[in-house]
Design a protein around this ligand. Sequence first.
Ligand SMILES: C=CC1=C(C)c2cc3[nH]c(cc4nc(cc5[nH]c(cc1n2)c(C)c5CCC(=O)O)C(CCC(=O)O)=C4C)c(C)c3C=C
Ligand SMILES: [Fe+2]
Length: 413
Amino acid sequence: SASASASASASPKTNRIAVFLLNLGGPETLKDVEPFLYNLFADPDIIRLPAAMSGIQTALAWLIAKRRAPRSRQAYDSIGGGSPITRFTTAQAELLETALNEDCDSSLEFKCYVAMRYWHPFTDEALAKAAEDDCRSAVVLPLYPHFSISTTGSSLRALLAEMQASQPRLMARHTVVPSWHQAPGYVDILARLVADELRDLAKVPSEKPICVLFSAHGVPVSYIERAGDPYKRHIEATVRLVAEATRARVRDDTTYELSFQSRVGPVEWLRPYTDDALVDIANRGIKRIVVVPISFVSEHIETLEEIDIEYREVAETAGIQHWRRVPALNLDADFIRELKFQVNDALYAKPVVSTSEACVVNSFDLDDRPLGVLTGVEKDVERLNSKTAAVAIALALLIELLANTRAIHLFGV
Ligand SMILES: C=CC1=C(C)c2cc3[nH]c(cc4nc(cc5[nH]c(cc1n2)c(C)c5CCC(=O)O)C(CCC(=O)O)=C4C)c(C)c3C=C
Ligand SMILES: [Fe+2]
């Protein structure tokens, strides 16, 4: 648990509630980078291979991790030799646990556990601690405001499978917050942070308006168009609401735009890409920019290295003169209050007890078509595509492994 506390048997509390905070995790040292990447690429929600090819997922993950590791290690090295994501998430859990226990019913006790998908503390470690603490029910709160198959979807799949297997009692009494991308508290914090930067930047004179560029982590287009991932819609909703709330605080001619960062591999990802958007903005003669990372709630490689180092250089080379980056929410007191609100809302505004099925239904937006449901024609095409692709990748892997060539480069990794 996030805080040291008396053992379960010594406590008078009868109702202990586990709060599982889901996040991605990150390498703590450079030595961790390759195994972390392996865990990430071995996830079928990150590399969505057709069913016929699922057998080569781990081999492919091994290969891609090996290929990508040197570049990734260099990036982690430039931000101090590891990701701060675990530190931030652990501190968020501690603050949230204190906040939840401050004014709750005296028969209740909240325990917050960090459950990371690709690095320690892993999901099963979090569940084991909740069992040790004798938690009787659970709230699952992703630290991803927007739902994506690749993030919340994947973390939920892992946590619920493990919970079903190891703790059926907890499984029978849990509830899930699927996303909180439109939560007024969340929108307000972002608007406040953006407005602070705008007021500061307004002191620098310029003929052109300031541009606020929201930069979200991208996903492949196929997630949205074929698998029905609500991620893009969720991101757009946040951007619309934060732009409105910021306009209400700072009345000027600022423009608000959205782009997507961190693409990996050869497939088409959501556009516009952040680097292209920065060049486009600079080409319009704009000199002042505020970049807002919106799909992340703490600092890590995607903010500290990709935005602060790589994209800043792109922007300045293209002619942007005044660059500001809004901080991630990190340990902001309003953010912790918002997390507390989400936990209480899940407990009291929605049914406390949900079966696993209800939970899965809960997890996706009901106005979307169900995930993974394809029509008959699409299914045939899918089957054909997957067979062809399976043979091609298997051949490439074979060539690569036997001859040590770079055949897998065909797939862009
Ligand atoms: C919050 C939203 C995120 C989405 C959506 C997402 C999708 C996604 N990511 C990859 C591949 C990589 N992601 C990596 C790091 C990383 N990703 C997120 C968040 C989202 N990912 C975060 C917070 C982090 C940083 C963790 C840290 O260590 O600080 C990496 C590793 C870094 C690197 O080598 O670039 C990869 C790889 C895919 C393929 C994907 C959607 C399919
Ligand atoms: Fe990612």
